[in-house]
Design a protein around this ligand. Sequence first.
Ligand SMILES: C[S@@+](CC[C@H](N)C(=O)[O-])C[C@H]1O[C@@H](n2cnc3c(N)ncnc32)[C@H](O)[C@@H]1O
Length: 230
Amino acid sequence: MHDKRDRLVDRVTLEGYQDPLKVPGHVAKYVSYDRAIVHQRLAELFPKGSQLLALGEGAALDAEFLAERGRQVLVTDASAGLLRSAEERTSSSGARSNLRFLRHILPLNFPPEIKPDSLDGVYSIACLMHLRGRGVEKVLLNVARVLKPDGAFYFTFPEARDDLDDNGRDVNGRFYNCWNRSEWLQAVERVNARLASTDVHLVQDGLVDELGDLGGRPGVKFCGLCLKKK
Ligand SMILES: C[S@@+](CC[C@H](N)C(=O)[O-])C[C@H]1O[C@@H](n2cnc3c(N)ncnc32)[C@H](O)[C@@H]1O
């Protein structure tokens, strides 16, 4: 029997990242990506001392970069294996005191320890693409709730992928929500409509980064979008 949670969470996708035999391969792949553009953007958006939440952070390579430079990051991901490997890798690094790790499955509500209006920033690199539309909207609502006013949410998504079947699944069965940038912005507008009775909403920060292909796959094009809480 499927409950509401099952309809929002794609089990096959999660299992692809949980499989202990596959975790080392995922980590090796993420390490091989050129992350310079993403790091530059994150460092510009979130100054030293920022309190950050990372969603679907996998091997925590971006969190480690930020933590080494004085940002505090709560690293979340659905995969216990990826989190464990990130925790082990950073255990003796200078970044460790600025990192915390927590398993969390999107789009479920954020854990209660993440208080409303408490964070300078939230980011999610190549993760929200795995959620269906209503799941994305739920995440945006939760992000709007936990950001401080003027806090920023930066996330990346693929605008093009040539490796998916007609149902948006790759060769391993993982689901990808292949919205283009205007569809992502429409989701933001729908969330703002639901926030209409409050004075909080998410506005585009005037920037859509063209990140291109980060992983040596010419048919995959990523973008980054920055939203601010007003
Ligand atoms: C393509 S990887 C990107 C990992 C990392 N952000 C990076 O850029 O290296 C996607 C990540 O999203 C996580 N993920 C997928 N679906 C998720 C969900 N429903 N909730 C939380 N994390 C999820 C996976 O476990 C995986 O770590």
